[in-house]
Design a protein around this ligand. Structure first.
Ligand code: ZN
Length: 75
């Protein structure tokens, strides 16, 4: 799996859907080896959590917002 593959599958991975066991493993292995994708994954995961909070009309926790801001600051 290369970085492009990973980005394409990242949302499926976050959703916990569609992927086979093998694909999930390939993603996890890539995330461990590739710092760039790992950072991207962390960023997407935080955004995804925030979207989920918004969908429930709950207020987004301050801690989550500040984590997102600190990840964005690293780019
Ligand atoms: Zn990568």
């Amino acid at each position: 799996m290369d970085c492009k593959d990973l980005v394409e599958k990242l949302y499926f991975y976050l959703d916990g859907e569609v992927l086979t066991e093998e694909e999930r493993k390939a993603i996890e292995e890539h995330l461990e080896l590739c710092r760039k994708c790992c950072e991207r994954y962390e960023f997407e995961r935080l955004l995804w959590e925030m979207v989920r909070y918004n969908g429930r009309n709950d207020s987004v926790p301050e801690a989550l917002i500040s984590r997102i801001e600190s990840v964005i600051a690293q780019f």
